[in-house]
Design a binder for this molecule. Structure first.
Ligand code: MF3
Ligand code: CO
Length: 248
């Protein structure tokens, strides 16, 4: 795992994060009924190039796109295809960018038009869990504290916590040590120190926590077909507290 050694490195990671935030904003605006997933992916590719960045997703273990687009019961790693955005869907967008060797990675799930209150509650709880994990990410805390804070939100909301996919260290590579679990025991696990950077990314299901990978080898869906939400930020641990790098 890397440590951010000074302000110049921090600023580069922050810049990568801002590009990710721009992808989130522009794709969310573009995601109106009838637009295809590949069209959204194309826009992400244009933004990455225009910002002088490169993609950390494209060609990652052979992954064929700039972003992951995961509708409804797809938990993560949905490959953009000719599917159209549809009214009443929820859509998870996971995006990343590299600026001068430093990585950003973030995800959100948003509704297309109107969705039932129960669906909004799934999105709200998953986003709340992300922020609970961020707030727990202070120097001296342990990864178990972060995972516990996330899991507690799922339990309270009666949602399934995805266990097979996790957050991760991030910096000079998209995926570095340590794994950042979305569950845990307070006081257990690696101690966080200033200079570390982690991607925190709860995935909650409306039903059970089971997952299944489709035949394309990437697309992860809920085993029971229930809806799933995913929120992620890249976070630097600093003496002043957590700094979210993937905000605008
Ligand atoms: N961004 C994802 C994560 O949060 C990883 C994407 S894998 C890729 O860890 F292959 F799609 F790039
Ligand atoms: Co990630």
């Amino acid at each position: 795992m890397i440590t951010i050694k000074g302000p110049r490195e921090f600023d580069k990671m922050r810049r990568a994060g801002q590009v990710v935030a721009r992808i989130h904003r522009e794709l969310r605006e573009a995601a109106v009924p009838g637009v295809t997933m590949v069209e959204l992916d194309r826009i992400a590719g244009e933004i990455i190039a225009e910002e002088g960045c490169t993609s950390n997703f494209l060609d990652y273990h052979g992954y064929p796109a700039y972003v992951c687009l995961s509708p409804n019961e797809v938990i993560v790693h949905g490959i953009p295809d000719e599917r159209e955005v549809a009214e009443g869907d929820i859509l998870s967008l996971d995006a990343g960018a590299i600026f001068e060797g430093w990585h950003g990675d973030a995800a959100l799930t948003f509704p297309i038009g109107e969705v039932p209150a129960e669906t909004r509650a799934l999105l709200d709880a998953t986003e709340r869990a992300l922020w609970a994990g961020i707030e727990a990410s202070v120097p001296g805390a342990r990864l178990g504290d972060v995972g516990h804070a996330i899991e507690a939100v799922a339990i309270e909301a009666g949602l399934g916590v995805v266990r097979e996919y996790t957050g991760h260290g991030i910096g000079r590579q998209m995926h570095e040590e340590p794994q950042v679990l979305n569950y845990g025991e307070p006081g257990k696990g690696m101690r966080l120190k200033a200079g570390m950077a982690i991607a925190i990314e709860p995935m909650f299901n409306m039903g059970g926590e089971g997952t299944r990978v489709l035949a394309d080898g990437w697309t992860v869906v809920t085993a029971d077909g229930s809806l799933s939400a995913h929120f992620e930020h890249t976070v630097a641990i600093t003496k002043q507290g957590p700094r979210v790098l993937t905000l605008p």
